[in-house]
Ligand binder design. Sequence first.
Ligand SMILES: [Zn+2]
Length: 198
Amino acid sequence: MRFEGIEADFVNADVACRFTDCDFLFLAADSFQARLVFNAMVHQYLIPGIQVGAKVRADRDTGAILDIYAVSRTVLPDYGCLWCNELIPPARLQDEAATESERRRQRYVDDPLVNAPSVITLNALAAAQAANDFLFMMTGLADPTADNGYRIFRPAKRQMSPHEPRRDAGCLECGLSRASRRARGDAELLPTRGVATG
Ligand SMILES: [Zn+2]
């Protein structure tokens, strides 16, 4: 096994292009720009992937905790994408593109005044599901009756719920129309920052 660590931002064109010949992708990033590039790469190059993350939502006024969850989202070329499921809000993309500080703000808690909580045990739930999904897919041991939907863990409630992703037939990322980026490979530019020079 070979490990190559790359200390750079995935959304930069020169970095992203190094992932386009991978067999599988895991996304565990904080920014919506990273989701955008990952989502495009899955569908443009037909590489299966899984996005994992955790979030603690708090009421800005009272500080009350509203929700604590971890999620593992399987993103497959034929299974609906993160755009279709409104998981890449255009307004948030614009915010991130606007300033570096906005990009830092996309953290586990949406309030910049709140220190980021320790979410390692939450992330562990989502990462374990993602790693198991990958292993069972690759070895052919996945139960044929199992769905490929998202898994949302709410450990404070001791709940795990499945969520079936939507697929919009007219989606320009995963749809089958001629305008879609799906399966276009190197014929289409990824929505990266800058253009690959290599
Ligand atoms: Zn889509």
